[in-house]
Design a protein around this ligand. Structure first.
Ligand SMILES: [Zn+2]
Length: 355
């Protein structure tokens, strides 16, 4: 029922131009121009990804992405990373509400489904690359879970559930459930396991992935991968900025300081060597950071650091505030929903100064 109301509410508001009105009113109420960072992950063709088990794997459909970019450029000036840093550090100002468009994880579909839309709309963008995954066999752990789930049978699943020594209780409960026969049920269980595993540290995640791979085999045929270095060079030639997302994509809070230093320095050097560029920003993998991580990012030569904390940062900023920048993740599926979302951001910005 709630979703039916939403469906009509979004469409009525869209056709009445309600969000345009919100934009005009909010602009009239405050002199301050807002600086927003939007976050995307995987943009894909939903006809090809409908059968995938995880939301991440299905990604955001390319047509919905196109509708979102069309909506965003109505409300915001899309700026590049250099301008963004200049505004943050007080060296430049904004004439309009402005936005930086970012993509985490350097998914290979970016080249086919995101860049053509961005290029056509004249939008600069930033992609955060986890360098250890480029042109190697390394895969994100959640992709290994869904890869195994693709090959899971009831017998293999029962075997995993029968041997749960040293498995944390909450994961054990999930592993001992019956494997659903229908694809939707399987997708739900796979997503629940990934969500739960996300709360644990890497040795536990790796142990569960290992159990799955022992049961189903290690062969990776999910088809989801990162952009190659050649793709990076092609896109860099079209003006896409590639910045650091670490090497291993492991949560930095869980690593020793020497390992964090290695993640920061190696990923920066690798990107600079491969793309003949200067890397100025770091996006903390899985949004994991603390005071010591922030201090190390500064020491490693980064000018700014992005988190996954939702919000809109004030500007100008200085000191450690430059290394804890909030962003807004967009998951809205179509232009009706995105207009509602953007209107909501504008209202909140006016009412509270930030969200
Ligand atoms: Zn990431």
């Amino acid at each position: 029922m709630k979703s039916v109301i939403k469906f009509f509410l979004f469409r009525i508001a869209y056709y009445l131009g309600f969000w345009r009105l919100v934009y005009l009113v909010s602009s009239a109420m405050t002199e301050k121009k807002f600086l927003v960072v939007f976050t995307y992950h995987r943009i894909a063709d939903s006809k090809q990804t409908a059968g995938y088990y995880l939301g991440y794997d299905r990604g955001l459909d390319k047509e919905d992405f196109k509708a979102q970019i069309e909506s965003i450029i109505k409300y915001f000036d899309i700026i590049d990373l250099d301008k963004y840093i200049d505004v943050l550090t007080g060296e430049a100002n904004l004439k309009k509400h402005s936005a930086l468009i970012t993509f985490d994880d350097a998914d290979s579909e970016f080249i086919d489904h995101a860049q053509p839309v961005l290029e056509k709309a004249g939008c600069p963008s930033v992609v955060f690359t986890p360098t250890g995954y480029i042109d190697t066999d390394m895969r994100f752990w959640h992709l290994l879970v869904s890869n195994s789930f693709n090959k899971m049978t009831s017998d293999l699943w029962a075997k995993i559930g029968n041997d749960t020594d040293n498995v944390p209780e909450k994961i054990k409960v999930l592993l001992q459930r019956e494997l659903p026969i229908d694809e939707r049920g399987k997708a739900g269980l796979c997503q629940n396991i990934v969500n739960e595993l996300n709360n644990y540290k890497h040795p536990i995640i790796d142990d569960i992935v290992d159990r799955f791979e022992k049961a189903t085999g290690k062969e990776y045929d999910l088809g989801i991968r990162c952009l190659s270095w050649d793709d990076h060079r092609t896109l860099a030639g079209q003006g896409v900025r590639f910045e650091s997302h670490g090497v291993s994509h492991n949560k930095l809070e869980e690593l020793e300081p020497t390992e964090v230093e290695k993640e920061f320095i190696e990923s920066k050097h690798e990107l600079e060597k491969q793309l003949d560029t200067t890397v100025t920003s770091i996006c903390y993998p899985a949004g994991s950071f603390n005071d010591s991580v922030v201090e190390q990012a500064r020491k490693a030569g980064y000018e700014i650091g992005f988190t996954t904390q939702p919000g809109i940062s004030d500007y100008p900023l200085s000191g450690s505030d430059l290394y804890t920048l909030p962003r807004l993740s967009i998951y809205g599926d179509d232009k009706y929903e995105i207009n509602f979302y953007l209107g909501k951001i504008l209202i909140k910005m006016v009412l509270h100064g930030r969200i």
